[in-house]
Design a protein around this ligand. Structure first.
Ligand SMILES: N[C@@H](CCC(=O)N[C@@H](CS)C(=O)NCC(=O)O)C(=O)O
Length: 259
């Protein structure tokens, strides 16, 4: 039985959760609101080789805790580990040519921007942030999170560069990525790489999710804000993206392959 340490609504976490579900592995989730995750992460990874990368720190989620006490830090490493353990020829997520390159590309160039935009749209809305906590973590954390939100906002804005200029930059980067993947899908193919569902489709769908406002009803594994709770700028952007080939593709991957 696995344990997954998470900030539950993170799209990097969703990638690992999707992998566990895809390979039919049972797991429990230890969920933390942002910043409240630090003590748990520190404790769980104190003997592990947790390193940050271009989009994250050594305190980033997801972390997979395996039965033999091994810790796997990073969504791509978790998927790759699960694939080696349970993939085989039939179920492998990595068999299609070019799929690993897509995974890396969307991790680096799409994921950080959809995250920044997601926070930009809701971080200052106390009611929506409280709803995120209420639907994702237990009562004690909800209270602490709400009490520490004024300070949390300052830290997170600084950490992720969340301001008007950052949002403009991220909107442009998300559009560029969607244009690129829409171009690939223009010939009507069902999957980004090769003939079957792969880590490319899974990763693109996850990294795109926050800007498409994909939520539980679309198949997302944690509570995300409903469209009706988001500011008009967010819903307008999501609607624009949902009308692209890449947007349709991400929604279809959640609908057809996220069980
Ligand atoms: N390379 C990492 C990125 C993970 C990541 O950036 N996680 C964010 C959630 S969106 C996080 O936990 N941030 C908190 C922190 O770094 O303190 C992965 O793919 O797992």
């Amino acid at each position: 039985m696995y344990r997954l340490l998470t900030i539950p609504f993170s799209h990097y976490v969703e990638k690992a959760r999707w992998g566990l579900d895809y390979f039919g592995q049972s797991y429990t989730e230890s969920a933390y609101m942002p910043l409240l995750h630090f003590p748990a992460l520190w404790w769980a990874t104190r003997k592990a080789d947790a390193k940050g990368d271009s989009v994250s720190s050594s305190y980033s989620t997801p972390v997979l805790i395996c039965g033999d006490d091994k810790r796997i830090c990073d969504s791509s490493k978790i998927l790759s580990y699960l694939d080696t353990e349970y993939g085989g020829q039939e179920r492998s997520l990595y068999s299609e040519p070019g799929c690993r390159e897509v995974e890396i590309d969307v991790h680096d160039t799409l994921g950080p921007h959809t995250r920044r935009l997601g926070y930009y749209h809701i971080l200052d809305n106390g009611r929506v942030m409280a709803k995120m906590a209420r639907n994702n973590v237990g009562t004690a954390q909800q209270w602490i999170f709400r009490a520490s939100l004024p300070l949390g906002r300052i830290v997170m804005k600084k950490r992720f560069g969340i301001d008007d200029a950052g949002a403009d930059e991220s909107r442009a980067a998300v559009r560029k990525s969607f244009e690129h993947y829409s171009e690939i899908l223009i010939d009507g193919r069902a999957f980004l790489c090769g003939d079957r569902f792969s880590v490319a489709d899974l990763s693109f769908a996850c990294m795109a999710a926050p800007s498409l406002l994909i939520n539980h009803d679309d198949g997302y594994g944690a509570y995300m804000p409903e469209m009706s709770d988001c500011p008009e700028a967010a819903t307008r952007f999501a609607t624009e993206l949902r009308e692209t080939r890449a947007g349709e593709h991400a929604l279809a991957m959640f609908k057809n392959h996220r069980h």
